[in-house]
Design a protein around this ligand. Structure first.
Ligand code: GLA
Ligand code: ZN
Length: 670
């Protein structure tokens, strides 16, 4: 699939003209307003099934014909959705098997959305059918540029069909050998051995809910079910519109589907970003958003992605939905582009009059006109994006990677032991990402199966699971000159969640890191321990490994408890590289101080030599450097040389002041 689908940044969002079918004059007004707002695309039909097929086999596509024609006449491209995210009442009534069943065997009634069984052959057939109709009808429509498959795939079903599908999946995964499964799940424990795959059920409260290997298998099965559901959806589209790319919108911090696996099946990654701006923590929100952008960008090896949804104003699902100040949504949009987005899209274009989301922010409010703060902000973003079309298709070049591995995240959540309440895997990864981001250093966020060799440093927070081959790849990476940083509880279990034997970190990693770990301690929240690194004292929070060196240099020592005087930070020269072990968790400055040392030791330069104040973030994409002020105050920026403002073409040099939410995109092309 070509990297560059458009020559300009897509600016648009979810558009639901079917909600306004009684007042088609609104569609014309939409076109007028979209042009005014510098909107060039709209995502149509996400939840339109009941309008497209009001009764079984009775179709009504005329409204969509009209809307797509209008969009084309007005220069707008269409991202056309398949409607499987919500089904019509007639479908649920006639084929109840399409609805989800909970773990008590209770089938849900019609309602809500994303309420479908992933296995149901009827639902799969119906979805294929409506998707085929859409593809046949619009295959030559000039507005059609991309398929948006369903919406935010998520959730699970425990109907009999899904239970059977799970057993089938297990049979394949464990080579139809129940003894292999019994061994890998360690089922001699509590007499859990099965005689046959038919005896196995999904994890559930009134059955088995504490077996981490079962939980892990179930999550893998759910991921594969979503992938096969998705493949079923796109089959007619691939056949009829082979040149139109497909995507599905991934979610911010959704845990239920392994996106690192799913991403192989989409042409382009897209995701929905909803940070909680203006709750007093904008810099932290910005760092988390940056981490997630880099995660989604890294899913397809750095290829540009789409920001499929963001709010143009506020959301409706937090406890308190504060209006963000003017400027922050624009800055967030620019940040997405800085990290590799080739689109800025909103949920939603026009606020619905009724239903659950009638107070979710939209470009056009119930007032219906353009004389609003939100509209003006959106139009301004659109204009700015038009000036940035040069970045489309360009990529970043990172010398550092943080491993945030999806399956490891599941395994970390599922085990019982040590500290059961403070695992915070994502937060831990963000903690080790932030020091680089704050210093203007691009970071890729990768899985443990990605290639390490292109990075000078790889940081692997809490890499509890080591999938087959990872141990060897870490060894090879360090031997060949890489710097690898691991933290507490590294390499404890294998792909199947069985504990590795022979001492930690697993296998050869004891040689690579030059340490071995004898015990792991957990600390209550209010009784932290103490450690010293580089002359500074740090709290030991929640969890730490008690380690012995086997050749590694000691960089820090514990200062409390019975392990006072034992090493807590080590560095081991191995082959041409270095392996560092940070054995304790600290929730304040330690990761930042440690990474500063690493950055100096590895001479990792920031993306540009521009001095910015605190909470101003720098990100290079292609030949452009984005400077973004997420602080609550204006900040002075000092340039090391002359640059060109990529949007205005003006020269920038010396000192300048960036206002609150201010941003600047400068070209570094020689
Ligand atoms: C999600 C969904 C949208 C909408 C928004 C509201 O991202 O995909 O349909 O519900 O949330 O914030
Ligand atoms: Zn089901």
């Amino acid at each position: 699939m070509a990297k560059k689908l458009f020559d300009y940044i897509i600016h648009g969002g979810d558009y639901n003209p079917d909600q306004w079918i009684r007042t088609p004059e609104i569609w014309d007004e939409d076109m007028r307003l979209m042009k005014l707002a510098h909107i060039n695309s709209a995502t149509v039909g996400v939840f339109s099934w009941a309008t497209l097929e009001p009764e079984e086999g009775v179709y009504n596509f005329e409204w969509l014909d009209t809307v797509l024609d209008k969009m084309h006449q007005n220069g707008m491209s269409a991202i056309l959705a398949t409607p499987s995210g919500a089904r019509p009442a007639w479908l649920a009534e006639k084929y109840p098997e399409v609805l989800r069943t909970d773990e008590n065997g209770i089938r849900r009634k019609f309602g809500d959305r994303h309420n479908h069984c992933l296995t149901s052959p009827v639902y799969r057939e119906k979805v294929r059918g409506i998707n085929r109709m859409l593809a046949e009808r619009y295959k030559n429509h000039p507005a059609l540029k991309m398929w948006h498959i369903s919406n935010e795939y998520s959730g699970e079903c425990r109907c009999e069909l899904c239970r059977e599908a799970f057993r089938k999946w297990l049979r394949e995964y464990y080579h139809n050998d129940i003894d292999e499964l019994n061994f890998k799940w360690w089922n001699a424990f509590w007499s859990h051995s099965f005689n046959s795959f038919d005896q196995i059920n999904p994890p559930e409260k009134n059955g088995e809910d504490s077996a981490s290997a079962l939980n892990l298998a179930w999550q893998r099965f759910i991921t594969d079910s979503h992938i096969s559901f998705f493949e079923n959806e796109i089959a007619p589209l691939r056949e009829i519109t082979p040149d139109i790319p497909v995507t599905t919108n991934f979610m911010r911090r959704y845990n239920g589907i392994d996106y690192q696996k799913f991403a192989e099946h989409v042409d382009l990654v897209s995701w929905d970003n909803y940070p909680a701006w203006d709750k007093g923590k904008n810099p932290d929100e910005a760092i988390e958003a940056a981490f997630l952008h880099d995660f989604f960008r890294s899913l397809k090896n750095g290829q540009p992605f789409f920001l499929m949804e963001s709010t143009p104003s506020l959301v409706n699902w937090q406890d308190v939905n504060k209006l963000p100040k003017s400027g922050i949504n624009e800055l967030a949009s620019i940040q997405a582009v800085a990290h590799g987005a080739d689109s800025v899209q909103y949920f939603q274009w026009r606020k619905s009059r009724g239903g659950d989301e009638k107070f979710q922010g939209a470009v056009i409010d119930h007032c219906g006109h353009e004389n609003t703060r939100v509209f003006r902000n959106v139009a301004k973003i659109g204009k700015t994006l038009e000036g940035l079309s040069g970045v489309v298709g360009t990529e970043s070049n990172s010398r550092v990677a943080v491993i945030y591995d999806w399956e490891n995240g599941w395994a970390v959540n599922f085990f019982r032991g040590y500290n059961n309440i403070r695992r915070d895997y994502v937060k831990e990864c963000i903690k080790w990402y932030a020091p680089f981001y704050k210093r203007g250093i691009s970071v890729d966020v990768i899985s443990m199966q990605d290639d390490f060799s292109k990075y000078d440093a790889v940081i692997a927070p809490f890499l509890y699971m080591l999938k087959d081959g990872t141990e060897e790849r870490i060894e090879e990476y360090v031997r060949n000159g890489g710097s690898f940083v691991a933290t507490y509880l590294t390499g404890v279990v294998d792909t199947d969640d069985l504990c590795k034997l022979g001492g930690l970190p697993a296998g050869r990693l004891k040689e690579v890191f030059g340490i071995w770990c004898e015990e792991t301690d957990a600390l209550p929240e209010d009784i932290p321990g103490k450690a010293e690194y580089n002359g500074k004292t740090y709290e030991v929070n929640h969890i730490c490994d008690i380690i012995h060196t086997k050749g590694a240099k000691i960089l820090g020592e514990y200062k409390s408890d019975f392990y006072a005087g034992m090493p807590c930070v080590t560095e081991n020269a191995f082959g041409k590289g270095k392996a560092y072990y940070a054995a304790f968790r600290n929730d304040k400055d330690f990761a930042d101080d440690f990474c500063q040392m690493l950055i100096s030791a590895e001479s990792i330069a920031s993306d540009a030599n521009i001095i910015c104040g605190e909470d101003v973030f720098l990100r290079k994409r292609g030949d452009n450097v984005f400077v973004m002020n997420f602080a609550d105050d204006e900040r002075e920026i000092i340039f090391d040389k002359e640059y060109i403002n990529a949007v205005t073409g003006e020269t920038v040099c010396g000192r300048t002041t960036l206002p609150v939410c201010g941003h600047l995109v400068i070209s570094c092309a020689e």
